[in-house]
Design a binder for this molecule. Structure first.
Ligand SMILES: [Ca+2]
Length: 300
């Protein structure tokens, strides 16, 4: 190799070494920055998690308190159930926590489509299958959704549709989200159904809080007009007896094949969302019993 060639080679090597060194330095600096960022994020998320969990503690106390008052024989100090509904915002700079409590009895319990022993494909269990069909119809959803949910839950292999026993879990649903995993139930169907279903509780419906699609499930004789009267009638005062409902919606007491109706719930969904000024979010969603006991918990 000529001298000129050697010089050229040396230059190329030097340039290459410099390029590698630069890359290493940049990568090192980036790595340090990333680690610092990750540490900050971790710290922020821990704080947000604590805040979201504190929100649940507050909600739990409210639920226990409301339950005490609802079960109190002397109803003088009865708490207005609508108080528990709206999302509340708490600010603790630089964080905010949004807290909401929902009554699961305002929703239709799809686990109750199947007999409690899970052994029978008894889709006429307490008339709940037909009740669910009425809700699906009101939501303009396919009646097949009911069959797919029933086969997913029941323990037999008797298929209600050609493909509805394929890859089923054959156990009660543990969360609403599980419905989205059922083959044949697409995302749009699930999104439409989600606000009106639950997998917790006895299957009774809270007539003070159920929305129109769920009210329609109560009886085959329930019409849209009556559902509207019920919603209007409970606007200022909650119902406490069947007679209260009947005076708001004449004919209610004579409806045939009614599902069990209650005036306050027995399972409560708590959503606690903590957010900081950088937009980091921590969410806790859980379901609580009236005594504050957790029956379902999710944190993301
Ligand atoms: Ca099955």
């Amino acid at each position: 190799m000529s001298r000129k060639g050697e010089q050229g080679m040396a230059l190329a090597v030097v340039l290459m070494v410099m390029a590698i060194l630069t890359a290493m330095v940049v990568e090192f600096a980036y790595g340090v920055a990333l680690k610092t960022d990750m540490l900050n994020n971790w710290y922020s998320l821990q704080r947000l998690s604590l805040a979201a969990n504190s929100g649940v503690s507050v909600a739990s106390k409210v639920i226990v308190e409301i339950n005490k008052k609802n079960t109190d024989e002397n109803k003088d100090n009865d708490m207005d159930v609508s108080l528990i509904l709206p999302p509340y915002q708490f600010f603790e700079e630089p964080m905010s926590v949004s807290l909401s409590i929902q009554d699961e009895y305002a929703r239709f319990n799809v686990n109750r489509l199947v007999n409690k022993n899970g052994l029978l494909n008894d889709h006429r269990y307490e008339g709940r299958y037909e009740a669910f069909l009425r809700m699906l119809d009101f939501l303009e959803l396919d009646a097949e959704v009911a069959d797919r949910i029933v086969d997913w839950i029941d323990q037999d292999e008797i298929s209600m549709l050609a493909d509805s026993e394929m890859q089923t879990r054959n156990l009660p649903l543990s969360s609403i989200e599980e419905v989205s995993q059922i083959p044949g139930i697409d995302a749009a169907t699930y999104a439409k159904l989600k606000p009106y279903i639950t997998v917790h509780g006895s299957g009774a419906i809270n007539i003070n809080l159920a929305e129109e699609p769920v009210l329609m499930a109560i009886s085959p004789e329930m019409g849209k007009d009556m559902a509207q009267l019920i919603i209007k009638g409970r606007g200022s005062n909650r119902f406490e007896t069947e007679a209260d409902v009947n005076s708001a919606a004449p004919g209610y007491k004579d409806l045939k094949d009614k599902l069990t109706v209650v005036f306050f719930g027995n399972r409560f969904r708590v959503l606690s969302i903590a957010q900081d000024e950088e937009g980091l979010v921590r969410t806790v969603e859980c379901v609580l019993e009236p005594n504050g006991k957790v029956v379902n918990w999710r944190e993301d």
